[in-house]
Design a protein around this ligand. Structure first.
Ligand code: PFF
Length: 534
């Protein structure tokens, strides 16, 4: 069994599966995926609204009880089955493949609009240089730049100012993916992450030395302990951790499928988890110091200028840039940081779609990248650089996050922990090669805490959905571009899992897998290349 398992699982199309060249390469790519726009514009506002300094308590608990345990689970699944989510879940149990394709469909949707935000940031690098927004950043964003319609409705115009940067973003992403894991993704992240650290570090230092920075930091960090008894604060903490660590997208399963057999999993998850949170907290400091500065210049309290998301990056920051000395330079560095952080996340999410198709069909990399990745790019380029693009983006983002990622993560842990009862096996597998051993706590976190919190989150957000229409959009609009996108992703997942994919190399179906433990006992400890994995 062990002998036959070795081959076909790793060589679906007769080609050896690619691997990261070093553990650092994998870690940088995993961190690159996790550190994205969500860290920069989501964390600061979520922390601020949910108890400030006191929020760090539920946040750290969420990281330790759900974030890192789930990260370990996803890494272990990826490394054990050495294939992307649909094929990996299929090997656990045939019907579970649906879940894998559902995640792939979710990644497809997210990639189409995430690229658009990066394209905006690309244009804003230029706008920041000469502060093209003048004294009306908001009017400039929606009117001059995005040419957005007054309200959601039918597309009636194409916005050429967004199309070109968007095409450029897609060319960069597809070319990096075409170079493969080691020469493409790994190399790109080895460049991106250090650059991001330097740029972002410089921004934060500049921000905390602005007048009024202390006022902003006080607003962010002064703890409101009474918030800890508020359930929705805990929901926000878990939600932030899931999104920010990119858990539940299938990304981490995919990236870990390119690990070597003996790679340390638990240690890597701890490093990636803490690196991501450190970055996020740093972003909170930078953003609030800068908001403190504008609040002081305008003579208003910080809560009048605190925003999140698109409004923070493309309206509040331009205001700050215009008010500060040498703001142009600060602005260029800020938007370049957004572009870098976004690109490394976009690469990871497109790779999920590309490798899922590759692993199920045996297609070679280049045709898969340009065929499948190209399809994502085309949808993105057709739909979003339009006068309705910003509304599509907003609604599909909300619905796919709530009823895509979070729901798929909930179904995923319940299936793995309770239906298939795979946790003990996965735990043995992770422990076989990891420096830190997992105790009972790991199974308790995944089997109990995570499903309970995710379940509660789901009920909570559904309740809000029916209480009032998201962002005040009309029900028709939400049905057309919100609910239909979330439900559509699930249906596409079901359909894709029913396709009788050609089992490439004849070996994909019902393989008996060799665990890392068995692998260890079947192979010499001193096999070449093994040391590098640790
Ligand atoms: N952790 C990522 C972020 O903070 O932006 C989540 C993510 C979003 C990953 C979109 C990848 C992606 F394409």
């Amino acid at each position: 069994m062990a002998n036959m398992a070795q081959q076909p699982a790793d060589h679906p199309a007769g080609q050896p599966r690619e691997q990261w060249s070093t553990r650092t390469g994998f870690l940088l790519a995993a961190i690159g995926s996790a550190v994205g726009l969500g860290n920069i514009w989501r964390f600061p506002a979520v922390a601020y609204e949910n108890g400030g300094g006191a929020f760090l308590v539920p946040y750290l608990i969420a990281l330790l009880t759900a974030g890192i345990p789930l990260l370990i689970m996803e890494y272990t699944i990826g490394r054990r089955y050495r294939t992307s989510p649909p094929a990996a879940l299929r090997q656990m149990a045939r019907p579970a493949e649906v879940l894998g394709w559902w995640q792939v469909a979710i990644c497809f949707v997210i990639a189409t609009y995430y690229a658009v935000i990066i394209a905006w940031a690309v244009r804003y690098v230029g706008f920041a240089a000469d502060q093209a927004w003048g004294d009306d950043p908001e009017g400039f964003l929606f009117g001059t730049f995005l040419e957005a319609a007054d309200e959601p409705g039918f597309v009636s115009g194409y916005v050429s100012g967004v199309v070109w940067p968007l095409i450029a973003v897609w060319i960069v992403v597809l070319v990096i993916l075409a170079f493969g894991i080691r020469r493409g993704i790994e190399k790109a992240n080895k460049l991106f992450i250090p650059l991001l650290v330097v740029f972002f570090g410089a921004l934060v230092i500049r921000a905390v030395t602005l007048d009024g920075a202390a006022q902003g930091l006080n607003a962010l960090f002064s703890p409101d302990w009474s918030e800890l008894s508020n359930g929705s604060v805990w929901v926000a903490a878990y939600g932030q951790i899931f999104f920010s660590l990119s858990i539940g997208f299938g990304i981490m399963v995919t990236y870990a499928s390119y690990l070597r057999r003996r790679a340390d999993l638990t240690g890597s998850a701890l490093v990636a988890g803490f690196a991501n949170s450190s970055f996020e907290i740093l972003a909170g400091i930078g953003v609030f110091a800068a908001l403190g500065f504008t609040a002081q210049s305008a003579g208003v309290p910080v809560d009048e200028v605190a925003t999140a998301g698109l409004g923070l990056a493309f309206v509040a920051f331009p205001t700050i840039i215009s008010e500060m000395w040498a703001g142009g330079l600060f602005g260029v560095v800020f938007f370049v940081s957004l572009v870098i952080a976004g690109l490394s996340s976009l690469i990871s999410i497109v790779q999920v779609v590309v490798s899922a198709v590759q692993d199920r069909t045996g297609m070679h990399r280049i045709p898969a990248v340009f065929g499948v990745g190209g399809a994502v790019a085309i949808v993105s380029i057709l739909l979003f650089p339009t006068d309705e693009g910003v509304y599509f983006l907003d609604a599909s983002d909300h619905f796919i996050n709530q009823y895509g990622i979070a729901l798929a993560a909930l179904v995923g842990v319940v299936v793995v922990a309770w239906v298939l009862r795979k946790l003990p096996e996965l735990q043995r597998d992770a422990d076989a090669t990891s420096a830190v051993r997992l105790g009972h706590w790991w199974r308790i976190c995944l089997g109990l805490i995570t499903p309970l919190v995710l379940g509660w989150m789901m009920i909570d957000s559904l309740r809000k959905e029916f209480d009032e229409n998201y962002a005040g959009y009309s029900t028709d609009f939400l049905l057309a571009v919100g609910w239909s996108v979330a439900i559509g992703a699930l249906l596409v997942g079901v359909v894709l899992s029913l396709i009788p994919w050609k089992a490439a190399g004849g070996g994909l179906i019902d393989l008996d897998m060799e665990t890392a433990e068995e692998y260890e006992s079947h192979h010499h400890k001193d096999d070449p290349g093994g040391k590098e994995d640790r």
